[in-house]
Each structure stands twice: as structure tokens, then as C-alpha cells.
Design a protein around this ligand. Structure first.
Ligand SMILES: Cc1noc(C)c1CN(C)Cc1cc2n(n1)CCN(c1cc(N)ncn1)C2
Length: 423
């Protein structure tokens, strides 16, 4: 096939020459991705690479044959199909990133904007790694139970579909609860979309949710085994999105009295320092359960011991074994475990030590200011601790007071792991 190659070589040479000739002076139409200046008989053009462009050599050769009216050989056609398929497989996968904003001045919870349906309805949801239901205040929630929350109205969404006969009911650790029925609809978080996400519409919410005017619902990021929809449980947003993500992960970067982020599908190196320490996750019964390697109070020595607990963005405080918590508050003058106030309280003027916990060989220190959680009532000089005993819960919980001291990677690979880094 000498002829083809000779013609092809000549054609490519002409093509090659053509792209070296400078553009006509005085032309002002600067092409896509090229910036530069004209006039005065001299021009410089800065080429910018299109990050999404994938050069396809076979297709360039194919175009040259077409350009010179030369019949395209079968092997070139096959090569174009093969490289197109390769490029399709490398198609840019998906990622998402959205803000996590504290709802009050003690970081009791954080909300993240999401859009549901067509046209999109925007709600602020509490992303919760400690549960696996995605539920929202809705047009089905009695008006007496809605106090300023944004609601999702499925009848205003052209893409909403009722899941006939499906219901849900959930109760959280503090006794707050909600229940209702189920739709599927388009759902987007920070540019990441899932087409048919199960959206659980509330027909009833407990008074503590009604009073929480800044939370329009929850988005569960626990394992889907915890989902309460019956008769067929539903997948979480993360489980639905996972296959299309660059990487099967989401990261949590919560901040004290500032907006942090939930990222999906990628790990942003700008959000942490040093290395990420990964440890195994036990997915039974469905929480992100991991084992911490120990703790230290203030500048005291580190006590190496296994502390198994859950990483829970939906819980405000840290709940640990009584022995650890009493060791901490022994260092706080005037601290008592108050039945009246439901936990350890202390004079707001007392000096508080820091609290350090281990993940593998890494150490994470919770600043004292996070543990001086809040006055027990506005203006009170008695403060409630951000570290409390887990004895009544039957489970240790690393809630927002701990999570905001770190950058945390929830790795949904198989097997799942959890990674902690300083920031
Ligand atoms: C309490 C509380 N926590 O955050 C907020 C907000 C409140 C108070 N607020 C008045 C009402 C309320 C109660 C709950 N929430 N909101 C959020 C979900 N809750 C969880 C999640 C989870 N993983 N683990 C335990 N509870 C309980």
C-alpha cells in the first residue's frame, strides 16, 4: 500500500506546514482557546490547551484522506473506531463539591444545598454519615409542622415519580423522628447528578425538626443497609453516584463557625496537610465504624487503647467511654456530670485542656474551644461540654466536634476504609 503512504505523507506534510504559517496580520478573530494581540506588523498568540480535548491520531489521518478525496483504507476506518472506543472509555467521570454551612453559632449541625426535580427545587439538607435515609420537608408535611423550612413539592416536578406503596420511618439517637412516602426524582449536589434518586417525603416530623428551621431534611451518607424504606429499601445518593465518580469516595471538611465542604469523587490535596491515615471500616450494621488507637488529655501522655466508634456528621458532639470522659473533666475545675443538664458541665470561665485522639500512628487534637460547646442557656456562666459519655448510647460517636478538627475521607471502595488527615 505504498501509494497510500506516499499520498498520506505528502498530505500530512502539507497539513503540518499549514499549521506553522502565522495567521494573516490584522485578523481579529482569535480562535477558541487562543489569546493574543494584533497590529503593528507583529502578533503573538498564547495557545491554551483544552483539558477535555483528546487528540485522536487515526481520526486526523481519516480527515486527511477525506480532505484530498482519497478513498479511506479499511484499516484506517477500523483504527478510528478503535480509538474512538478507547476515548469513550476514558470519558471524564463525575465529581461534585458543595458547601457545608453551620446552621447556628455552636455548629450544632451543618447544611448543604441540593436541587431536586424539574425545574430544580433547592433545599438545604443535613448530610449525615450516621444514617441512610434521604428525607425532606415536603408538600405532604402538615403546615402545622413546617416552620420556615423549604419544602419539596413532587407535583411541581415533571420528573418526579411516586414509588407506589413505599413508606419510611426513622428515629434518631436523640428521639427525634420523621416518616412518610417515597418518590424518585432528579437530584443534584454540587454539580453531581443522580437521575432517579429516592427522595423520601415527610408526612410527619417530630417537634425538634419543626423547631430546626434551618434544616429542610437529611441526606444519609451511611451504608444503604440502614435505609428504612419498605417494602424495598433504597440506595443513598453516594451509592447511586458511586459508579460515575472518578473515585468511589466522598470527603468531609467541616469547620468551626465557617463553611466547609463535602466533595464527591475526588480528594482535594489543598484541603489537608501531611499524609492521610487510612484504617479499616466495619460496615455492620451500616455506620462508618472504625477503631481509634487511643487518646490524650491536654499535654498528658497518650494512652494507647482501641476505641471503636462511628464517624457521624449528623451528631454534634463526641461521645466516648466514661473512663476517658472523666479523665478529661478531672482536669477542668468546677466540672460536674449534671443530671439536670444531661451531661458534663463546667464554669464557662474554666480553662479547658485540648483532647487528642489517635488514628493509627496519627494524632488529631481537638482545640479546647470546640469542647467549650455552649452555655447551657443563653447568657449562662455554666457551659456544656462538647465531649460527653457514651455510656447511655451503647456506641462511641465521633461527631462534628471531632470531625471539624480533621479532613476525613470516606472511601466507598471494596472494602471501605476511612482516612484522617490534619488540615
Ligand atoms: C440533636 C441535634 N443534632 O443536630 C441537630 C440539628 C439537633 C437538634 N435539632 C433540634 C433537631 C435534630 C435532631 C436530629 N437532627 N436534627 C439531625 C439528625 N439527628 C441525628 C443524626 C445522627 N446521625 N445522630 C443523631 N441524631 C437528630
Amino acid at each position: 500500500m505504498i501509494v497510500t503512504n506516499l499520498v498520506l505523507t505528502a498530505a500530512l506534510a502539507v497539513l503540518g506546514l499549514a499549521s506553522a504559517l502565522p495567521p494573516k496580520i490584522g485578523t481579529t478573530n482569535i480562535g477558541e482557546g487562543v489569546s493574543g494581540s494584533l497590529g503593528g506588523g507583529r502578533a503573538t498568540f498564547k495557545q491554551t490547551r483544552n483539558p477535555r480535548y483528546r487528540f485522536n491520531g487515526a481520526r486526523a489521518v481519516y480527515r486527511t484522506y477525506l480532505k484530498y478525496g482519497v478513498p479511506v483504507p479499511e484499516d484506517i476506518i477500523k483504527a478510528v473506531k478503535y480509538t474512538d472506543a478507547l476515548h469513550a472509555a476514558q470519558v471524564e467521570r463525575d465529581t461534585g463539591s458543595a458547601a457545608a454551612v453551620p446552621i447556628d453559632d455552636v455548629d450544632i449541625a451543618y447544611v448543604t444545598p441540593v436541587t431536586i426535580g424539574t425545574p430544580p427545587q433547592t433545599l438545604q439538607l443535613d448530610f449525615d454519615t450516621g444514617s441512610s435515609d434521604l428525607w425532606v420537608f415536603s408538600s405532604h408535611t402538615p403546615a402545622s409542622q413546617v416552620r420556615g423550612q423549604e419544602i419539596y413539592s413532587p407535583n411541581k416536578s415533571s420528573t418526579a415519580k411516586l414509588l407506589e406503596g413505599h413508606t419510611w420511618s426513622i428515629t434518631y439517637g436523640d428521639g427525634s423522628a420523621s416518616r412518610g412516602n417515597v418518590y424518585v426524582d432528579n437530584f443534584t449536589v454540587g454539580g453531581l447528578s443522580v437521575a432517579q434518586q429516592a427522595v423520601q417525603t415527610a408526612q410527619q416530623v417530630s417537634s425538634s425538626f419543626t423547631s430546626e428551621t434551618n434544616i429542610d431534611g437529611l441526606l444519609g451518607l451511611g451504608f444503604s443497609t440502614l435505609n428504612t424504606v419498605s417494602p424495598k429499601s433504597q440506595l443513598t445518593f453516594f451509592d447511586n453516584a458511586k459508579a460515575s465518580l472518578d473515585s468511589p469516595v466522598f470527603t468531609v471538611d467541616l469547620k468551626a463557625q465557617a463553611a466547609g465542604t463535602y466533595d464527591f469523587g475526588f480528594i482535594d490535596k489543598a484541603k489537608y496537610t501531611g499524609e492521610i491515615t487510612y484504617v479499616p471500616v466495619n460496615t455492620n450494621p451500616g455506620y462508618w465504624t472504625f477503631t481509634s488507637s487511643g487518646y490524650a488529655v491536654g499535654s498528658g501522655s497518650f494512652s494507647s487503647q482501641s476505641i471503636t466508634g462511628i464517624a457521624d456528621t449528623g451528631t454534634s458532639l463526641v461521645y466516648l467511654p466514661t473512663a476517658i470522659v472523666t479523665a478529661y473533666y478531672r482536669q477542668v475545675s468546677g466540672a460536674t456530670n449534671s443530671r439536670n443538664y444531661g451531661g458534663y458541665v463546667f464554669p464557662c470561665s474554666s480553662a479547658l485542656p485540648t483532647f487528642t485522639f489517635g488514628v493509627g500512628d496519627a494524632r488529631f487534637t481537638i482545640p479546647s474551644s470546640y469542647i467549650s460547646y455552649s452555655p447551657i442557656a443563653p447568657g449562662s456562666s455554666t457551659c456544656f461540654g462538647g465531649l460527653q459519655s457514651s455510656s447511655g448510647l451503647g456506641i462511641n460517636i465521633w461527631g462534628d466536634v471531632a470531625l471539624k478538627a480533621a479532613f476525613v475521607v470516606f472511601n466507598g471502595a471494596n472494602p471501605p476504609t476511612i482516612g484522617w488527615a490534619k488540615k
